[in-house]
Design a protein around this ligand. Sequence first.
Ligand SMILES: Cc1cc2nc3c(=O)[nH]c(=O)nc-3n(C[C@H](O)[C@H](O)[C@H](O)COP(=O)(O)OP(=O)(O)OC[C@H]3O[C@@H](n4cnc5c(N)ncnc54)[C@H](O)[C@@H]3O)c2cc1C
Length: 473
Amino acid sequence: MADGPFLYRFTRDLRLEDHAGLAAAGARGAVLPLLAIDRELEARLARSPRRAAFFCSAVRALDAELRERGSALIVRRGPLGATLRSAAHATGATGVAWSAAYDGPSMHGDQRLQSQLEEDGLTALLVHDAPAIPPEETAAVRTIAGQGYRAFAPYYDVWRELSPASHEHPLLVRFAESDLRSEPLPSPNEFGGSDRSIDAGSAIAKKTLDSFLRESAIAYLVAARVPSDDRTSHLSAHLSFGTLSARAAVRATRERLDDPFLLAEERVSLRAFLRAIAHRDFFLQLSWFHPQTHDRPLQEKMDDFAFARTHPALDAWRGGRTGYPLVDAAIRQLHETGWMHPHARAVAASFLCFDLNVDWRVGRDEWDAWLIEDDPALATGNWQWIAGVGADMAQYPRIYNPERQRRRYDPSGEYVRRWVRELERTPMAQWSDGTRSAQLALELFPSDPYPAPVVDHERAAREFLERYRAFSA
Ligand SMILES: Cc1cc2nc3c(=O)[nH]c(=O)nc-3n(C[C@H](O)[C@H](O)[C@H](O)COP(=O)(O)OP(=O)(O)OC[C@H]3O[C@@H](n4cnc5c(N)ncnc54)[C@H](O)[C@@H]3O)c2cc1C
């Protein structure tokens, strides 16, 4: 172990427990915990006020945890390289560790930072912390080195056989003493948001996981499809900001699966939940090995497919006023909560890509302004998947019929009524079915009219498929 302290730069890993990065830094010296706020982070937080509030709350909780251990977070603002170099020189730190990013632009940032620090004679350690199983571990099972998996099924076959590493001993990490002055902890106002209160931090994340496993997991299989059912885990923001490690979620789920008295229904649901976490790891490794996918389709041949950047109804989609109740409920849920039900995401995204023929990047960037989660690699992987240009290798894209989906997964209209106020008291028989005219829609709701469908789904889907077929031929 070297003599000087080692800096640990927190990024999307705002906790102390089961922390691969902290463990790696701790193995090299007493740790100085640091949060560097640069333009890039400011911009990410400024895009979504709820995200900024969640982040600031998680940072406060992390600082409190550090103080319980006799340390405290050192906050610094300014360009990343200069901030870390000056912190290292001021404290005599021999190096800096941080956990890897998985989206192309941030990965380039990581590499740039690594070179800057190394040029200055510092050790720069990049650690995999976000996935339960690091990309190289699953990739090592393949014969083609360094390429990872482009399809989920073979990836999952490998993933399910591997066990996440354990870094569960934060008490083994020794924190260094330092008189390096900290700037104030970040507050949401700094990122242009209001001082909204959202409670975050590792204690809340752990509680969310525990209560999901104890009370809701039994219903997960159904809840993941039925948008009115709130019993998915709601862990996405916690995993995104690392207030919970994916490894801990996998371990706790597998432990529960070891219970021989588990009901069959719960066993199936828990397996589906593990598969969801594996999906997260899958998209992280996809972006890790193919960072160009941030801007370009994984399927290179789809690069030239003519998705449009706009559509006369694009603003209606953005505002949850397409006239398709399930799509509109989904968008409004996002606007009101910073989260959208997983199946509703698929239907609303499909509507943008296929009914409006609008580019997946437009949708991804639009939702980025509302989501609390800050996971560009997951957003990209999922949007490409839905648009039929990414890891889903089906011959034709899966076009969701928004009305059929509503009838099947929200048959009582509970989800739609919860989010689309105009339809709250309207008998379902009068809801638009994708064929009613604008005139009729206005007559039904004179004071606060719910819009008529902005496109005819059947026709739009048919036209899209014709274009797709012609392009593929
Ligand atoms: C168009 C589209 C965009 C999406 N954008 C994002 C995004 O920006 N950030 C994000 O975290 N998820 C995204 N997802 C995936 C998924 O919808 C969310 O992770 C999920 O809705 C979060 O709710 P939950 O935590 O209750 O999930 P649960 O169903 O309880 O799943 C548990 C965890 O597994 C992970 N997970 C589940 N499904 C997926 C998936 N398909 N891909 C990656 N990880 C998954 C998430 O971390 C999630 O928190 C997107 C899906 C679609 C179809």
